[in-house]
Design a protein around this ligand. Structure first.
Ligand code: FAD
Length: 499
C-alpha cells in the first residue's frame, strides 16, 4: 500500500528491504483508535486500524457518554445518525450514601457543552465510530491481534496474529489505542506491577424490568463498596446498565470478589433493591480494569504514541474515559499529521502530543490521583462517606457549590479549578464536625456534654487509630504514597499557578 499523503518525503522514500504497509497503524478500534484513525485518514495519510475483535463487539463499560464526549462525537459525525438521536438522554443525576439520597440535580450546563448526557451501549457506539473511520479511508483489519514490535531505523515493525496466522506490518508510526491492558504501553512502560496501583476494577451488567426514572443517572456510595461506588445508567425503556467500580489496591486489602459485592448490594441497599428487586439480569456480570493516569509513565516513544486507556487517561473521580479517549485520539492525529509532513516520528517530534495531554488533562488527573491515594485507606471510610454527605447537603443549599460538585461528576467542571483550598477546608471542617469528631471540638466549648458526645467522637478516632496501627508497614507506605501524590500536585501548582 502506498502513501496517499503526497507531501511526505519520509513516506515516499522506500526502505531497502520492504515498503511501508501504511503511514500510520492504529492498534485498537475503540473510541481512541477510531478517532485517531478517522482524523489521520481524513488528512490523507494511509491508515491501518487493527483490532483483535470482530465488530460489532461488546466493551465492558457503564455506557455513560458525558456532555464533553457528546461534543467529540458531533465532531466525528456520529451524532448525525437518526439512530444516535434515539439513544437514551440523561438530564438528571442523583447520589445516594448508605441508602439515603444526598443530592438530586439536573446535569449541569457548561459553556459549549449540552446540559445532558446519553447512555449508549458500547456495542453500538464503537461500531458507529469504526464506520466513521472506515468512511474517511482507514482500512480496518478485524481479528488482528498485536503481539509485539521491532523498532527499525526507518520504520516500526508490528508482529500481528492475523486471524490466527503470524504476520508483520511496517509503518512510520504506531498509535497504541489498545485499552487498559495495552500491549503497546507494555513496550513503553515496563513497570507493569506498579501499574496495578493506578487501576480501578469494575464489573457491569445489563438488567431489564428496572424501576427507574428514564432520564436519571444514579450513583450509590456505601461502606461496603468504598473506595468506589455503584451506578445505574438507564439505557432506554426499562433496561439499565448497572455496575460497581472500586480501587484495586486498598488498605486493608479487599478480599471479596467485586461481583459478589454487587450482588449483595443489589439485595441489601434499600434503593438498589427497590430499583432492581424484580428486575431480570441480561447475560452475565462481567468485569474489566480502568487504568488511571500516572505522571511518571510516558505517552510517547520513538515512532509511538499512546491514547485513551492505553495512556491511562480515565478520570478516577467519575470513571469517565470515553471523552479522554476521543479527545486524545484527535490530539494524537494532529501530531501524527504534523510529523508526517516533516518526515520525523522521533520522540522529540511527537512531544507536542505529550504536551497537549499535560495541558488538557494533567491538572485534573493529579487532583484525582491525590484523592484516590487518600481514600485508598478504607480505615477512614466513615470519614470520607460523611464528607460526601456534607458535600451533598451543601450542594442542595448552595447553588454554586452544587454546580461545581455536579460539574466535576459530569466531567464539565475542572476539579483542579473547583477544589480550591477554601472549598476543601470548608468541606473537611464540616465533615469532621459530622463524623462524631465534632464531639471533641464541642467538648472543649461545653464541658457538660463532654462525656456523652466526646465518647462518641473518641470511639470513631479510636477505631481509626486501632485499624491503622494494626498494620504499621502498610500504613507507612500509604502515607508515603499520599505524600508523593501531594508532591506531584504541588509541582503542577508551581507549574501553572494556583487555581
Ligand atoms: C466497567 C467499566 C465502566 C466504565 N464506564 C464508563 C462510563 O460510563 N463512561 C465513560 O466515559 N467511561 C467509562 N469507562 C471507561 C471507558 O470504557 C474507557 O475509558 C474507554 O473505553 C477507552 O477507550 P479506548 O479506545 O482507549 O479503549 P477501549 O475502548 O478499551 O478499546 C481498545 C480496543 O483495543 C483492542 N485491543 C486490545 N488489545 C489489542 C491487541 N493486542 N491487538 C489489537 N487490538 C487490541 C480491543 O479489542 C478494543 O477494541 C468504563 C470502564 C469500565 C471498565
Amino acid at each position: 500500500m502506498l502513501s496517499r499523503y503526497g507531501s511526505v518525503p519520509f513516506l515516499r522514500r522506500r526502505s531497502s528491504r520492504r515498503t511501508l504497509d501504511a503511514d500510520v497503524i492504529v492498534v485498537g478500534a475503540g473510541p481512541a483508535g477510531a478517532a485517531a484513525a478517522k482524523y489521520t485518514a481524513a488528512a490523507g495519510l494511509s491508515v491501518l486500524l487493527l483490532d483483535r475483535a470482530e465488530f460489532p463487539r461488546d466493551k465492558i463499560c457503564g455506557d455513560f457518554v458525558g456532555p464533553r464526549a457528546l461534543i467529540e462525537l458531533a465532531r466525528l459525525g456520529v451524532s448525525n445518525r437518526p439512530s444516535f438521536k434515539r439513544t437514551n438522554l440523561i438530564r438528571q443525576a442523583a447520589v445516594y450514601v448508605n441508602g439515603k439520597e444526598i443530592l438530586s440535580k439536573g446535569v449541569p450546563a457548561a459553556p459549549g457543552a449540552p446540559g445532558f448526557a446519553r447512555v449508549i451501549p458500547r456495542e453500538t457506539l464503537d461500531n458507529w465510530l469504526a464506520d466513521e473511520a472506515r468512511a474517511s479511508g482507514a482500512v480496518i483489519l478485524e481479528d488482528h491481534r498485536l503481539t509485539g514490535f521491532e523498532l527499525r531505523e526507518d520504520a516500526i515493525e508490528l508482529k500481528v496474529l492475523a486471524r490466527g496466522r503470524p504476520t508483520r506490518f511496517r509503518a512510520g508510526l504506531v498509535i497504541g489505542a489498545d485499552g487498559s491492558r495495552s500491549t503497546v504501553a507494555r513496550f513503553l512502560v515496563s513497570e507493569t506491577s506498579t501499574r496495578r496501583k493506578d487501576q480501578v476494577l469494575a464489573v457491569r451488567a445489563y438488567f431489564a424490568d428496572v424501576q427507574q426514572v428514564h432520564d436519571r443517572a444514579e450513583l450509590y456510595f456505601s461502606s461496603e463498596s468504598f473506595p468506589g461506588y455503584c451506578w445505574m445508567f438507564p439505557t432506554g425503556g426499562d433496561t439499565a446498565n448497572v455496575g460497581l467500580g472500586m480501587l484495586d489496591q486498598t488498605l486493608p486489602p479487599k478480599s471479596e470478589r467485586l461481583r459478589d459485592t454487587l450482588e449483595r448490594l443489589i439485595q441489601r441497599d434499600p434503593i438498589l433493591r427497590q430499583r432492581l428487586g424484580s428486575a431480570r439480569l441480561i447475560g452475565k456480570i462481567v468485569g474489566w480494569p480502568l487504568s488511571t493516569y500516572n505522571p511518571r509513565y510516558p505517552v510517547i516513544g520513538p515512532r509511538m504514541m499512546l491514547v485513551g486507556d492505553a495512556a491511562g487517561l480515565i478520570n478516577p473521580l467519575n470513571g469517565e474515559g470515553i471523552y479522554q479517549a476521543l479527545a486524545s485520539g484527535g490530539w494524537a492525529a494532529d501530531a501524527a499529521i504534523q510529523c508526517a509532513r516533516k518526515g520525523d516520528f522521533s520522540s522529540s517530534a511527537l512531544l507536542p502530543y505529550a504536551q497537549k495531554v499535560k495541558d488538557e488533562l494533567m491538572s485534573d488527573m493529579l487532583v484525582a490521583r491525590a484523592l484516590m491515594e487518600l481514600i485508598r485507606n478504607r480505615n477512614f471510610a466513615p470519614f470520607w462517606l460523611a464528607g460526601l454527605q456534607v458535600i451533598g447537603k451543601r450542594s442542595m443549599r448552595d447553588p454554586l457549590y452544587g454546580y461545581l460538585f455536579g460539574g466535576i461528576l459530569a466531567g464539565v467542571v475542572s476539579a483542579r479549578r473547583a477544589l480550591t483550598a477554601g472549598m476543601m477546608a470548608d468541606t473537611i471542617h464540616e465533615a469532621l464536625w459530622s463524623t462524631g469528631l465534632k464531639g471533641l471540638i464541642k467538648a472543649v466549648k461545653n464541658p457538660t456534654r463532654t462525656l456523652r458526645v466526646g465518647l462518641k467522637g473518641s470511639m470513631t478516632l479510636r477505631d481509626i487509630v486501632r485499624q491503622s496501627t494494626a498494620n504499621p508497614a502498610s500504613t507507612f507506605h500509604w502515607s508515603l504514597d499520599v505524600m508523593r501524590s501531594l508532591v506531584e500536585l504541588s509541582g503542577d501548582v508551581l507549574r501553572i499557578g494556583p487555581a
